[in-house]
Design a protein around this ligand. Structure first.
Ligand code: LLP
Length: 435
């Protein structure tokens, strides 16, 4: 069980609310977020920086789960916000998110998206490539408006769950290569610009990372570059953004470190390098997505059909699937589950949880240990808070689920379930004549 989850009268509860009741009230599939756990995670990161005496911004990488209420929750917790599209930026504006704490990412931001960022006077644009530098110069000069920027660099480190690889030349679609002169060229193009204010550098080495070494090495490499610029040009970066990627526990096999450990190791590395290259310690920004909202989210489904493949597998099918959680199909991601209305019963059955979408690969969990299940039961899949709803689709014209926040015995609908009307809302009737 995660966060505030408990089992009461045989039912799974979240934030003091009976999930079986939530399923009844709002229908399924339903995402339920334990918002106090999101707050706890956010405070965990912020407190660690505070304890270390390091000035920092913790930006919620909102691609993990974006909606007006999520942005307002992030604002309540004094987090900053990482947005990666006009749509996320627009959502932030609608949420009334403090614009000076919005950071805008993306490897192909459109002119319209950049204009929206200038209109909104956001805190910072994370510049990804030379084309973007050209656009930013044109826009800022035409408007005579300043904009703070970071340069996103690819340090040649790629991290995955347990290890990282270093490559001289990182084959990545993101950022300026740190190792082949691109980053220096970008620096030369922006450093004396009248309206673009270079704050520093950004790097992000991957997602669902369990080890600290990759972060530490990336921090050292980027700091080294900052040291070079100070030496050669007397330019001091004031910000180092180390991205997100801190791993979380989806299943028993996952053994992430406590979030603060990642931060502490990064900081150690930055401090050591700052000393070595004689730099003042920059402000540190991070961008956690998954580790803020991942284990705070639970998906509720209603169990329907059951299929036996004798001697091989028992399938139970639920009323959602890859349309609300594409991660198992896309990444072979693993999850654990429970029958929410039989949560006190022993898990003495094994089922493969199938979705309802027309695709053989639409299985949410293969061979899940579960309580004996029957039609009408409520299945809860844990840890679906990151990249679940945000990657949902209308494949098969399945309406997207509703989302509820639960905290301290209260709950609130934050995203309505899509209706069939919503599904056809943008469709137009055929006007071409039959030939
Ligand atoms: N910053 C940057 C620049 C990123 O590209 C990402 C994630 C993050 C921060 C947040 O990373 P996190 O803390 O959430 O690991 N859809 C995939 C994950 C894609 C991550 C993309 N970038 C998944 O479901 O596993």
């Amino acid at each position: 069980l995660y966060g505030t989850q408990t089992i009461e009268n045989g039912h799974l509860t979240i934030g003091g609310i009976d999930t079986v009741e939530l399923a009844k009230q709002y229908g399924t599939p339903l995402f339920v977020y334990d918002t106090s756990l999101i707050r706890k995670r956010g405070r965990g990161f912020k407190d660690t920086f505070e304890k270390l005496g390091v000035t920092a911004q913790v930006a919620y990488a909102s691609k993990a789960f974006a909606c007006v209420a999520a942005y307002q929750l992030a604002a309540q917790e004094n987090l900053s916000l990482d947005v990666v599209s006009g749509g996320e930026l627009y959502t932030a504006i609608k949420a009334g998110f403090p614009e000076e704490r919005i950071h805008f990412h993306g490897n192909n931001k459109s002119i319209a998206e950049l204009e929206l960022a200038f209109d909104t006077k956001i805190g910072c644009i994370v510049v990804d490539n030379f084309h973007e530098i050209t656009l930013l110069k044109e826009i800022s000069e035409a408007r005579k408006q300043k904009m703070s920027i970071l340069l996103r660099v690819t340090p040649g480190i790629e991290a995955h769950t347990h290890d990282f690889i270093t490559t001289g030349q990182a084959d990545s679609k993101f950022g300026f290569d740190l190792n082949n002169g691109q980053t220096d060229e970008a620096f030369a193009q922006v450093k004396d610009h009248e309206f673009l204010c270079l704050l520093g550098l950004h790097c992000h080495i991957g997602s669902q990372i369990f080890e600290t070494d990759g972060f530490a090495l990336a921090a050292r490499k980027v700091m080294k570059k900052m040291g070079e610029w100070k030496q050669a040009h007397g330019f001091e970066c004031s910000v180092l953004n180390l991205g997100g990627g801190f791993g979380i526990r989806y299943t028993e096999e996952d053994k992430p470190l406590e979030p603060h450990v990642y931060v502490e190791e990064m900081i150690k590395s930055v401090q050591a390098e700052a000393e070595a290259v004689k730099l003042t310690m920059p402000e540190i920004w991070i961008e956690p997505g998954r580790s803020l909202v991942g284990d705070a989210g639970t998906s509720l489904y209603t169990v329907g059909s059951h299929k036996s493949v004798p001697g091989i597998r028992e399938y139970i099918a639920v009323d959602g699937g890859m349309s609300d959680n594409i991660r198992p199909a896309l990444y072979d991601a693993k999850y654990e589950a429970i029958i929410a209305n039989k949560a006190d019963k022993e898990k003495d059955a094994t089922y493969t949880v199938a979705g309802k979408l027309c695709e053989s690969g639409d299985k949410l969990i293969i061979d899940a240990a579960l309580q004996q299940a029957e039609a009408g039961d409520i299945l809860a899949i844990f840890c679906t808070g990151a990249y679940g709803y945000s990657m949902a689709s209308n494949y098969n014209r399945v309406p997207r689920p509703a989302v509820v926040f639960a905290e301290a015995g209260e709950h609130q609908l934050v995203i309505k379930r899509e209706s069939y009307e919503d599904i056809v809302a943008n469709d137009l009737p055929l006007t071409l004549k039959k030939g």
